[in-house]
Structures are given as structure tokens and as C-alpha cells.
Design a protein around this ligand. Structure first.
Ligand code: FES
Length: 226
């Protein structure tokens, strides 16, 4: 009995008495056909799934170019109110890629964030940090107001009321060739500490900064530039 079992386990089909077997054959036709069908299936699935996966994940890993854009001469921007400027957020898609930034000169009596070469002008993003509606600076109230769900931000862009989870995002600023330039966007927490840009509804205070990491391509803040 034990001998028979050993015999049927031979790798040669002829030893296993399979009808139609050839001398020296080790793979049964059934196994060969099953393997062929499995490989064909895997190729077909890969042909559909891999391009779709690449299409979906590609933009996540696409590095965004570091660009600065001029918005006006320094004397255009007072310390006590904001000047709205239209800037390009995504190039090459026309009006859909434009947004408004509110820009003013830094005011040491108002601004509480640490001064450096990138914040001598304050440029505030108009994207609400609740769900992304465009906010508007209301000069009479000295506040940014969101029309969607009543979000209110103070003069520095810090949350004053309503559902927004963090202050308004900002843009790096610098002066080059007699022009104020806006660089990449960055996010801030309630103490105006800088973080790589996050999406709306992602808080940055406490463990929020760890729960909502930025995308891999925008994780690094730009290196200091002269
Ligand atoms: S999107 Fe601004 S408060 Fe909701």
C-alpha cells in the first residue's frame, strides 16, 4: 500500500499511469491548461488594473514646481488692510486655475508670527479651512467671512468663529526686482507655526498635524533662498 502511494507520487506522468502520457513527461495536460488560463487571466487583469492605478496615483507623486509670481510693487500694499490679488494656482487651465490672495505689508504691531525673509508681506489664501469655500475680507469688520457656513477669521486669518478647523493658509512672500512676489502656499496652526500645505478640514493643532500628514510631493517646505 505504502509502495503504491509512493508510485503515484512520481513526477513522471507515465509512472502515474495517466492515459496518453509520454515518456519523461512531468506536467499533466490539465495542469498545463490550468496554468495557461491563470497566466492569461493575470495578464488581462494587469492590462486593465495597472493603467487605472497609475492614472489614479500618478498625480499624488507628481512634484509641484516651486514658482513665484509678482503681484505688485511694495508701495501698493498698506499695513492696515489687505489688497486682493488674482494669482495662478494651477497653470495652463485658464480661469479655473486662478484664485485670489489677500496681501498686505507686515505690521509688527499686529503680526505675532516670527518675522523672517518670507513674511515681510502677509499673503492670505481665500480658501476656507472648513470645506474650501472662498472667503472674503470685509474691511468694515476687519475680518475674513466665509459665505457658506458662517466661518469667521480675524485680521491675521485666525479662526474667530464657526466651523473652520484652522487659520487660513498663507503664501510665502519676498521682494524681487522691485516686485512683491508670492511663492508656495503653506498652512499654519493656531499659533501661526508653518506646516506644509494641508487640505481644508485638516486641523494642525495637537495630534492633528500627525493625523493629517501632507502629500508626499509637498511635504518639504521650500529651502531658504536669498
Ligand atoms: S466652507 Fe467656510 S464655513 Fe464652511
Amino acid at each position: 500500500m505504502a509502495d503504491d502511494r509512493r508510485k503515484t507520487k512520481s513526477k513522471y506522468t507515465s509512472d502515474r499511469l495517466i492515459p496518453g502520457s509520454f515518456e519523461g513527461e512531468t506536467v499533466t495536460r490539465r495542469r498545463f491548461m490550468t496554468g495557461t488560463v491563470n497566466i492569461a487571466g493575470a495578464v488581462a487583469v494587469s492590462a486593465i488594473a495597472l493603467p487605472a492605478l497609475g492614472f489614479a496615483l500618478g498625480p499624488v507623486f507628481e512634484r509641484t514646481e516651486l514658482k513665484w509670481q509678482a503681484v505688485g510693487t511694495p508701495d501698493e500694499f498698506p499695513e492696515t488692510t489687505y489688497v486682493p490679488k488674482v494669482i495662478t494656482i494651477v497653470a495652463g487651465i485658464g480661469q479655473a486655475g486662478k484664485s485670489t490672495a489677500y496681501v498686505r505689508k507686515r505690521n509688527p504691531n499686529i503680526d505675532t508670527d516670527k518675522p523672517d525673509k518670507y513674511n515681510q508681506y502677509v499673503a492670505i489664501s481665500t480658501r476656507c479651512m472648513h470645506l474650501g469655500c472662498p472667503v472674503r475680507f470685509v474691511e468694515a469688520a476687519s475680518r475674513f467671512i466665509c459665505p457658506c457656513h458662517g466661518g469667521v477669521y480675524n485680521f491675521e486669518g485666525l479662526v474667530d468663529g464657526g466651523p473652520p478647523v484652522r487659520p487660513l493658509d498663507r503664501f510665502y512672500t519676498r521682494v524681487r526686482n522691485g516686485q512683491v512676489e508670492l511663492g508656495p502656499r503653506y498652512s499654519v496652526n493656531s499659533e501661526l507655526h508653518r506646516f506644509s500645505p494641508r487640505d481644508p478640514a485638516q486641523p494642525l493643532d495637537g495630534i492633528g498635524q500627525y493625523l493629517y500628514p501632507s502629500r508626499p510631493t509637498v511635504r518639504k517646505l521650500p529651502p531658504p533662498q536669498s
